[in-house]
Design a protein around this ligand. Structure first.
Ligand code: ACO
Length: 437
C-alpha cells in the first residue's frame, strides 16, 4: 500500500500512465475514456456482456454477500425479518429506508389496503384473455394497462404522485394476480376484503367460493406473507434492472413495472421453482436419486433449485423456506415430493461435484413444494413472485429517480458489423451466406 487509493494503468500502445481513482472498491468506467492513442479517439470502454462485473448504480436497499450466504434489507438480516416482520412492514422498510413506528405502520397498511380495488374496466381486459392464458401474461398486460387509468402517474418527479402510485401498485398487484387466477379457472372474480391482512385478502380473492366471508387459515396466511418477505428484493437482478432501466426513460411506474414483471416471467429468473417440481416428478422415487445425480454429474441436465450466480453458500432464504415447509405441510398434508427433495439435498451436499462448485439449494428448491401444497397451480408461481417483488421494484425505481448521478440507461456497444458501403440496387445484388432465407 502506498497510501494512494488509485489504480495505475500503463497503456503499452502509447507508454502513457494513468492514475484512476478507486472509490467503494470500484473505478468509474468514464475515467477510462481519457485513455486514447490519438486526441480524436473515442477513448477506452469496458466490455461486460450480462453485467458480470459492472455496478450500474449505488444502492442502499438490499445487500448480498454470496460467499457467506447473507441477505439484508436496509441492513436487517433476512432471517430476522422472516421471523419478526410482516410483508407490509418489510415493504415499508424497503421503500422508506427505516422500519415504521406503530402509527406509521397503521397509516401505511391503511393506505395499501384502501388501494386494492381495480377499475371495473380492468376486468374486461382480463375477460378478453383466452381461457388458458398464462396468468403472468395477464398480470403483465393488466399492470401496464393501469397507466391508462392513472394518467397522473407520469408526474414522476412529484413526490406525492410517486407515493400514490406506490400505494396503488403494492395494493393492486394481488388483485390483478387473483383476477387472472380466477379467470384461468373459470370462477367469478372476488373483490378485495380490506378487513383481512394483505396475504389473507389475497387468499380470499383466490379461493373464496360461496361463503359470505372467507375464513383465512392463519398458518397459510403467515406462510404466504413470509414467502412474500423473502422475495421482496434481491439487489440488481434481471427484473430490478429492467425496472430501473425502463424507469430511467421517465416513463410512468406502471409501464416500468410491466417491463420488470416481463423480465421475471423468463424461466431463468422467476420460473426455476416450477422446474424443480418437474425434476422431482421425473425422479419419482428416492431410489432413483443416485442415478439422477450421476446423470447431472455427467452433464445430462442440472439439479434444479441448486446453484446461484451470487450465492456460493446456502441461500439464506432457502433455509427459512425449508423450515416453513414442515409447518405448511402440517395443515395441507405432506407434499410427497418433499421426501425426495430432502434426500436429494442430503446426497448432493455430500457429493464432491457439488461441494467443489459451491452448489447449494437456492430459494426455489423448496418454495414450489409449498406453493403446490397450498393449492397454487405452477403457472401462478411467477405471479406470486411478482406480487412480492413489487415493493422492491418501486423502492429501486424511486432510488434511481432520486439519484443525481443517474441518467437514461443507455449502454455502449462494440460494433463489429460491416464498414461503410454503398447501397446496391436490387437487380445487382447477389446472394451471400448471410442473407440466405
Ligand atoms: N446442477 C449441476 N451443475 C451445476 C448447477 C446445477 N444446478 N449449477 C451450476 N452447475 C455447474 C456448472 O455445470 C458449472 O460446472 P463446470 O465448471 O464443470 O462447467 C459450474 O457449476 C458453474 O456453473 P455456471 O453455469 O457457470 O454458474 P452460473 O452462476 O452461471 O449459474 C445458475 C447460476 C443459472 C443459477 C445455475 O446454478 C443453474 O442453472 N441452477 C439451476 C437453475 C436454478 O435453480 N435457477 C434458480 C436460481 S435462483 C433465482 O433465480 C431466483
Amino acid at each position: 500500500m502506498n497510501g494512494r487509493n488509485t489504480l495505475t494503468i500503463i497503456d503499452n500502445r502509447t507508454g502513457k500512465q494513468y492514475e484512476i481513482p478507486i472509490e467503494n472498491h470500484t473505478i468509474r468506467a468514464m475515467d477510462l475514456r481519457q485513455i486514447k492513442v490519438r486526441d480524436d479517439d473515442f477513448g477506452m470502454m469496458t466490455y461486460d456482456p450480462a453485467f458480470m462485473n459492472t455496478a450500474s448504480c449505488k444502492s442502499g436497499i438490499s445487500f448480498i454477500d454470496g460467499d457467506k450466504g447473507i441477505l439484508r434489507y436496509r441492513g436487517y438480516p433476512i432471517e430476522q425479518l422472516a421471523e419478526k416482520s410482516t410483508y407490509l412492514e418489510t415493504a415499508y422498510l424497503l421503500i422508506h429506508g427505516e422500519l415504521p413506528t406503530k402509527q406509521q405502520y397503521d397509516a401505511w397498511t391503511n393506505k395499501i389496503m384502501t388501494h386494492t380495488l381495480i377499475h371495473e374496466n380492468i376486468k374486461k381486459f382480463i375477460d378478453g384473455f383466452h381461457y388458458d392464458a398464462h396468468p403472468m401474461g395477464m398480470v403483465i398486460s393488466a399492470v401496464a394497462a393501469l397507466s391508462t387509468f392513472y394518467t397522473d402517474a407520469k408526474n414522476i418527479m412529484d413526490p406525492e404522485s410517486r407515493k400514490l402510485q406506490i400505494y396503488r401498485l403494492v395494493g393492486k398487484m394481488p388483485t390483478l394476480a387473483a383476477f387472472a387466477f380466477r379467470h384461468s379457472v373459470g370462477r367469478p372474480y372476488v373483490y378485495p376484503d380490506n378487513e383481512l391482512s394483505y396475504a389473507g385478502n389475497f387468499l380470499s380473492m383466490l379461493f373464496k367460493m360461496t361463503e359470505l366471508k372467507y375464513k383465512v387459515n392463519s398458518v397459510l396466511e403467515r406462510a404466504l406473507d413470509l414467502l412474500f418477505i423473502l422475495h421482496a428484493d434481491h439487489e440488481q437482478n434481471c427484473s430490478t434492472n429492467a425496472m430501473r432501466s425502463v424507469g430511467s426513460s421517465h416513463v410512468d411506474p406502471y409501464s416500468a413495472t410491466a417491463a420488470a414483471a416481463a423480465a421475471l416471467y423468463g424461466p431463468l429468473h422467476g420460473g426455476a421453482n416450477e422446474a424443480v417440481l418437474l425434476m422431482l416428478d421425473e425422479i419419482a422415487s428416492k431410489n432413483n436419486i443416485p442415478a439422477f445425480v450421476k446423470g447431472v454429474k455427467e452433464g445430462r441436465g442440472r439439479l434444479m433449485g441448486f446453484g446461484h450466480r451470487v450465492y456460493k453458500n446456502y441461500d439464506p432464504r432457502a433455509k427459512v423456506i425449508k423450515k416453513l415447509a414442515e409447518e405448511v405441510f402440517e395443515v395441507t398434508g405432506r407434499n410427497p415430493k418433499l421426501d425426495i427433495a430432502l434426500e436429494l439435498e442430503r446426497i448432493a451436499l455430500e457429493d464432491e461435484y457439488f461441494i467443489k462448485r459451491k452448489l447449494y439449494p437456492n430459494v426455489d428448491f423448496y418454495s414450489g413444494l409449498i406453493y403446490q401444497a397450498m393449492g397454487f397451480p405452477v403457472d401462478m408461481f411467477p405471479v406470486l413472485f411478482a406480487i412480492a417483488r413489487t415493493s422492491g421494484w418501486v423502492a429501486q425505481w424511486e432510488e434511481m429517480l432520486l439519484d443525481p448521478e443517474q441518467k437514461i440507461a443507455r449502454p455502449r456497444q462494440v460494433y463489429l458489423g460491416s464498414d461503410s458501403r454503398d447501397y446496391v440496387m436490387m437487380g445487382k445484388r447477389s446472394e451471400s451466406k448471410k442473407n440466405k432465407p
